[in-house]
Design a protein around this ligand. Structure first.
Ligand code: ATP
Length: 180
């Protein structure tokens, strides 16, 4: 194996040295992930500024998070369906005046499903970015497992929803019919 002479002075033979990276910013993506930065503070700042999108404050971070939610809502049919069902469940819970703890359980279950949907969307994007248009067995496993995670959370949500919302719904409709 022939080693590139530029890399031989580094402790990691495959990682470019800071000197080499300074002379060629395109090599920055090959930099080792050492927890202790070898860069001076201004250099670190410049390097960070070269990232595609850097949130300078909390407000901008929220803006990116909102963009992710918006993207999932616009592009993912399942995310829209789960959002609508979740909204119906919360409205039903408030109308039926279920207890605070029960509302919290319903709310947490809904957010779990939506969270898995978002992670599923993120993972699909990363897989597509990695394998592009090509078929790969590992890409299939990754996507199928992520979809499976959403399915498990959705089944759990249906179970929790039925357990908490059906008894008061049944009681309310029963008493309504009895008054007719
Ligand atoms: N690059 C690939 N290589 C192999 N199989 C793939 C690949 N891309 C997608 N698949 C298969 O097709 C299925 C659907 O993938 P797709 O990216 O269309 O997700 P989707 O239909 O948007 O899923 P979801 O409804 O969960 O958002 C995956 O679960 C996987 O089995």
């Amino acid at each position: 194996m022939t080693l590139n002479p530029d890399f031989t002075t580094s402790t990691n033979a495959t990682a470019p040295t800071p000197q080499l990276l300074r002379s060629n910013p395109l090599l920055m993506s090959q930099e080792s992930s050492s927890p202790v930065s070898e860069w001076s503070e201004p250099e670190e700042k410049t390097r960070r500024n070269l990232a595609w999108n850097v949130a300078p404050n909390l407000l901008v971070s929220f803006k990116y998070a909102w963009a992710g939610l918006r993207y999932a809502f616009i592009t993912q049919r399942n995310f829209r369906i789960h959002t609508i069902i979740g909204t119906i469940a919360i409205t039903l819970g408030m109308t039926l005046r279920v207890s605070g703890v029960e509302m919290a359980i319903v709310g947490l279950t809904i957010s779990l499903v939506l969270t898995f949907e978002l992670l599923n969307t993120a993972l699909e994007s990363v897989v597509d970015l990695t394998v592009k248009q090509s078929y790969h067995e590992l890409a299939k496993i990754a996507k199928d497992c992520a979809a499976g995670a959403v399915l498990v959370s959705a089944i759990a949500a249906i179970f929790v929803g039925c357990l908490i919302l059906l008894p008061p719904l049944y009681a309310t409709t029963n008493s309504l019919f009895n008054h007719l």
